[in-house]
Design a protein around this ligand. Structure first.
Ligand SMILES: [Zn+2]
Length: 467
């Protein structure tokens, strides 16, 4: 009798052949009175509209674990995601390069400390930001550790929805031949959008074998900058999560990640109605929730026989600036927070020059990461705000039936325009820290890794099961 029970238990433990999944979230809402990120002017939060979170999802199959975590933050500098990965590796045994940590590009979240800061923070504001930043890797790790402790048998459903009503390319060819950026509502000088949008809404729905929701993962390529105001908010992904929970249960962890959206926002310049409010964020979140629920309803179960991971760190060269340009940047930056701040694009260029100057020639580490579930589904992480054409290209050329691109993952290199955009200029090109061709290198690395991982997954499927 005992022997039989023991054997059953052993078989139970040995059933590592079942996919396991766990999800969790940790609140990272800063206190009122802390500085807000997202723009080039200092702002201080007056309270909370909806809480900010780190959300994490862990998968395990045949002893191989991966973690996906995302934070309701405008971005997460690489040193912080690296620190979080190290803590997670120590506490859970999940290897650091099996962990993808991204930011949702939420524009109503806190300032995260980077050197130099574009916000000229001093005194109390500086202390609040330093304390928050120092605590962040531990909070991110906590979410993953919790998700890891919730691992249970699971299955995933995944498919790709389509949404054409929300996103706009915010770069425009103007009738005078220039390229405009966010040219304003009903501007008669606009000719047409200067680039594409990405209508795909990839959804991964994680559930128990008897169909109880564990987590939803929704990805869309559009800036999270719709609420405005001085209250903490996760932007449109808040309403998305709320509605998915109403349909699938309050225990569902609703994860949103941003696709390649460097040049994409929600502003429809052909209509005059204002589009900065909590109501607008709720409208967008509701539309995406509808898209996601339609996908979940029809999405097939994805067979997962193994988990594969690939990651490469590329070295990206810095642009060069003269001492005169650096001196100009210091003078320009010093106007932030004064009664007479420099023009917007000057502030953008100054922040860029000072960041490059502070590196003393040290090239950027740009990690491109692929996490794949068998030969079916691949998550790709890019360390900055990739122009949407890159996401379209990666999805089109990827061998995987389902390919998801996450920007601002494992780093925050700012805007990553495509080659075509550089001579056209405008905001993202003025802002970018990277030389022309950097984005194409990242894209090609993603495609190389996708092909290699896919080939490995196929070879493994073809090989006899080891005993
Ligand atoms: Zn942005």
């Amino acid at each position: 009798m005992w022997l039989i029970l023991l054997l059953l238990l052993m078989t139970g433990t040995a059933s590592a052949s079942t996919l396991q999944a766990g999800a969790a979230q940790v609140n990272i809402t800063p206190p009122a009175g802390a500085p807000m990120a997202g723009y080039y002017v200092p702002r201080v939060a007056t309270g909370t509209h909806d809480a900010l979170h780190v959300k994490a999802l862990v998968f395990e199959k045949n002893g191989v674990k991966v973690a996906l975590a995302t934070c309701d933050l405008v971005w997460l500098p690489r040193n912080l995601s690296e620190e979080a990965r190290q803590i997670i590796q120590q506490k859970t045994g999940i290897p650091a390069d099996h962990i993808m940590i991204s930011a949702t590009h939420d524009h109503t979240g806190p300032v995260i400390m980077v050197h130099p800061s574009r916000y000229n923070l001093q005194g109390e504001m500086l202390h609040i930001t330093e304390d928050y930043t120092n605590a962040l890797p531990g909070r991110i790790a906590q979410a993953v550790i919790l998700a890891n402790s919730h691992l249970q048998p699971a299955q995933i459903r995944s498919a790709i929805g389509r949404e054409t009503s929300l996103a706009f390319n915010r770069r425009y060819y103007m009738k005078d031949g220039s390229v405009g950026w966010n040219p304003g509502k009903l501007n008669p000088k606009v000719w047409r959008q200067a680039g594409p949008t990405d209508p795909s809404v990839p959804v991964v729905y994680v559930e128990t074998p008897d169909g109880k929701g564990i987590a939803s993962y929704v990805n869309f390529a559009m800036h999270q900058d719709t609420t405005g105001g001085l209250k903490w908010s996760a932007d449109y992904s808040y309403a998305l999560g709320k509605i998915l929970q109403m349909a699938k249960g309050d225990d569902l962890v609703s994860i949103f990640t941003i696709g390649c959206a460097g040049d994409i926002n929600h502003l429809d310049t052909s209509r005059k109605d204002p589009q900065a409010s909590y109501e607008e964020a709720a409208r967008i979140g509701a539309v995406l929730a509808g898209d996601a629920l339609k996908v979940i309803q029809r999405a097939p179960i994805i067979p997962v026989s193994q988990i594969l991971v690939s990651s490469r760190v590329l070295k990206l060269d810095l642009p060069h600036f003269t001492p005169q340009e650096v001196a100009w940047a210091y003078r320009t930056q010093a106007t932030v927070g004064t009664a007479n701040p420099a023009p917007f694009l000057d502030l953008v260029r100054a922040a860029k020059i000072l960041e490059i100057d502070s590196r003393h020639g040290k090239r950027f580490d740009a990690e491109v990461q692929v996490i794949a579930l068998s030969d079916q589904l691949a998550f790709v992480g890019f360390p900055g705000e990739m122009f949407t054409q890159f996401g379209l290209n990666v999805k089109q050329d990827s061998p995987f039936p389902l390919t998801i691109t996450e920007e601002l993952a494992n780093g925050a290199l700012g805007y990553i325009p495509n080659r075509q955009a550089y001579p056209e200029g405008a905001y993202e090109v003025v802002s970018t820290r990277l030389k022309p061709g950097a984005g194409e290198r990242l894209m090609n690395s993603a495609l190389d890794q996708l092909r290699a991982v896919f080939t490995a997954a196929r070879a493994e499927v073809a090989a006899p099961t080891p005993h």
